[in-house]
Ligand binder design. Sequence first.
Ligand code: SF4
Length: 190
Amino acid sequence: MNCALSMERSRELQRDRLRAHAISHPNSELLAEIISSWQCGIGVLPEWLGLGEEQFDQLHQFYFGGETSIRACPWSRNLDHRLDDLRQDLLKLLLINARDHSDEVRWVAELIATACQGSNHLWEDLGVWNRASLSQLLDHNFPELAARNSRDMKWKKFLFKQLCETEGLYICRAPTCDECADFDECFGPE
Ligand code: SF4
């Protein structure tokens, strides 16, 4: 078995272990994907998913009963700390648009804001296994915000654009997307 295959296999095993203990909740499956990716060094989420050990334990206990053993992830991540302010702004945007004020939604907002410090597609940086999982996560936790992405813009681009508009900044090079030279950067396969 080559290295990539064994990484995929161990991620599946970890995901299946978490699934076996998961509560019935729209976020459970998606968090099992994120945690198993993080455990295998996939994505950009840092130690304890960036939540700190105590909050991570609470998340783990809430969704998976704390039943499976999770060790500190041995992989180090290189987040771009020049983007820390951006992370805070994104977190604020997500929390303003949260479906409620529960810890469950706040944890997801923290994970997404942190993953935006990576340089790949948001679903890859976050560690969900495909874009559909990310859409599901956003639809459930931030329904009104997600519904504004009516043209299926790439999620990281969409969030950055929302932030710019909230701050009154308009950095687009064209008045409408249809006449913009950057269309493929913002839309298309992700
Ligand atoms: S396609 Fe152009 S106009 Fe539309 S969001 Fe992207 S940069 Fe802005």
